[in-house]
Design a protein around this ligand. Structure first.
Ligand code: IMP
Length: 179
């Protein structure tokens, strides 16, 4: 696995600093409100686990799974729900928790989809943001850090289901995915 890594972009300490800051800000903004964190599987799984422990107000959790790139590094633009929420979002404040916003197509679809379900408010939070790659405008309320147009793995994020268990965020060597 390590031979496929080009460069570590964020180590565990740096990730912790970013996530801690995001958690504090979210807690400040939602204090006194009923907050539902909606994690987008599978990529946001590790981020969600860390982020929720940095939010020191009561929160509830739910998850959605949407179609990913599969074995590709390009978004198809077609978003499919593989697993829907378990609970109703009516009368709740929703915060979507994403790993990366790239073209923005997935988040755009999710915001639209959840808006129709009667939540009081919907906002989005992402650990990583690749603004150069954006195809549609999306409002990101909490963004951990911007990254350039490189394909990354680790900290829950995969390529072809591999590398999710790396504790850091790293750029993958292009020869691994450019055939
Ligand atoms: P978007 O719809 O193009 O914004 O893509 C969002 C999803 O694509 C993310 O939630 C990730 O699952 C995946 N993705 C985007 N960039 C990368 C990357 O660099 N490595 C791995 N997955 C990525």
């Amino acid at each position: 696995m390590l031979k496929d890594i080009q460069e570590v972009l964020f180590d565990e300490k740096k990730i912790d600093q970013i996530v801690t800051k995001m958690g504090r800000q979210i807690a400040d903004d939602y204090r006194g409100k009923e907050l539902l964190l909606v994690g987008i599987l599978k990529g946001a799984n590790v981020f969600m686990a860390d982020l929720m422990r940095k939010i020191n107000i009561p929160v509830k959790l739910d998850f959605m799974a949407v179609s990913s790139y599969g074995m590709s590094t390009e978004s198809s633009g077609v978003v499919r729900i593989l697993k829907d929420l378990d609970h109703s979002v009516e009368d709740k404040h929703i915060l979507i928790v994403e790993d990366i916003v790239d073209t923005g197509l997935t988040l755009h679809y999710l915001m639209d989809n959840l808006k129709s379900r009667g939540a009081i408010s919907i906002a989005a939070c992402t650990l990583l943001d690749k603004p150069e790659r954006r195809k549609v405008d999306v409002d990101i309320h909490y963004s951990g850090t911007e990254i350039p147009d490189v394909f990354i793995v680790g900290y829950g994020i995969d390529y072809g289901e591999k590398y999710r268990n790396l504790p850091y965020i790293a750029a993958l060597k292009p020869e691994v995915y450019v055939k």
